[in-house]
Ligand binder design. Sequence first.
Ligand code: PEP
Ligand code: MN
Length: 368
Amino acid sequence: MVIEPLLPTASRTRATRRVAIGDVIVGGDTIPVIAGPCAVEAGYGAHAEAVKQAGASALRGCVLKPRTHADSFQGIGAAGLPLIDRAREATGLPVLSEPLEPGDIAMLDGHADALLIGARSMHNTPLLRAAGRSRLPVVLKRGMSATYDEWLAAAGYITAEGNADVILCERGIRTFETATRNTLDVSAVAVLRDRTDLPIAVDPSHAAGKATWVPALASAAVAAGADALLIECHPDPQRSVCDAAQAVTPQVLARIVRATASIAPLIRSVQLDSMASCRSAIDAVDDVLIQLLEQRAAVVEVVQRGKTAAGLPRRDRRREREIVARLHALAPRLGEQRVRRLVEVIINECVDAAREAADGPDVEKVVA
Ligand code: PEP
Ligand code: MN
């Protein structure tokens, strides 16, 4: 049985092929957030720990940086490998790292769990072929001006060598707009869903170019059906050696991770084909339900304060009947009686919570 999602999505709501990065599945039931600083730098161990605490599922661990300017920081190179090893060991999270040329792949193998092919390298066919010959999964970013066909053709160089574990990553394209670093092409998620069975990730950081815009773009990507997010995060963004302006703090990353988990049940059809898939579907829905109830309680608290100030009764039975009448139409499976009972409980608990917030706990309840 399949349960259709609340929000309209692309024809398929997730990839057909599931790609494992370590034990993190991309294209499956959850939407992993891969995060970390743009480049591995001194303090990487603490950066990785902060990213893990924020709820990320995998780490960016780039020791080689493809830079536009030759005199920009180029990455710390092989000296960064022990930092990756320690972070991987300490956090238990898999690591993505970027090779710039075929010979770099052997250097990264054994330290990284997946290869990241950056936008500047999407047309580097010898590198794509070498990634295809490696046993590592490959996250293939879209070139700055690449069409979907060119991007898929680049993926074809990897798969042609026998490596089917490719994740496509939209990271913004070059357009006439200059306010953002690039223009996030959210359409890529919907269109590629129809054209490929590969998972589709989105990197809102390199699209936005500015940290304050990253959460909104991340939400848009997940709502469009992205299978994973790739986000630059640094505990002290201004001191990031690379791409400082777009690095979010771990606090913001934690909000993005929570929002991603909350949006997922609204956009993903749920395939109820095993007890485990049923349970994870229930958990995902419960997480959203309870957060929405928490929000409802906060609103009711304000309403109750207003009513108290105006000398109005706490409850308005006519309005409660209207709520039931409106809601039961949205839940035919539950039916009117159950919706009535559920709404009654929700209203009671929210009003109770507001009363406790105003007066302290109900004495009778404390004694009971
Ligand atoms: C990066 O991920 O740090 C990077 C260089 O991104 P892109 O290749 O998308 O520019
Ligand atoms: Mn970067």
